[in-house]
Design a protein. Structure first.
Length: 130
């Protein structure tokens, strides 16, 4: 037999290949309930609720009765803006959609939230609701 010896030995117990999502993240996500506006380059605009946020990304929920989520696909580039932000253009954060499940989607910001963005930092520090 010419098979390598390692193939004939029982393989050691391997840790689970599926790690919990928290273990894969760069940092802790902060739970929040905050209204935001999500838009794409193709003029898709939708009011969403931020479910959690971190320096590197967020999770959003679209209203269950809103069928416009069909344009929200993995790999889509989006802009997200907090609803009551005082500077709408400067307040937008660019992101890419990493996953979509029903009316919920996870997004990774193209750049980490800058330290000077107090609106987003307050969400992470205090978990504000609006």
């Amino acid at each position: 037999m010419t098979a390598p010896l390692a193939r004939l030995m029982p393989s050691p117990a391997r840790p689970s290949l599926m790690r919990r999502s928290e273990e894969r993240r760069r940092e802790h996500r902060h739970t929040t309930r905050y209204t935001a506006t999500l838009e794409t380059a193709r003029s898709g605009v939708m009011k969403v609720e931020l479910a959690d946020v971190s320096t590197h990304g967020c999770c959003i929920r679209a209203p269950d009765n809103d069928d416009r989520t069909d344009w929200l696909r993995q790999g889509t580039f989006v802009s997200i803006r907090l609803e009551d932000s005082s500077a709408p253009e400067a307040a937008k954060l660019e992101a890419v959609v990493r996953w979509v499940r029903g009316h919920t989607a996870g997004m990774e910001f193209l750049r980490p939230v800058p330290p000077g963005r107090l609106d987003w930092r307050e969400l992470m520090d205090f978990g504000l609701e609006a």
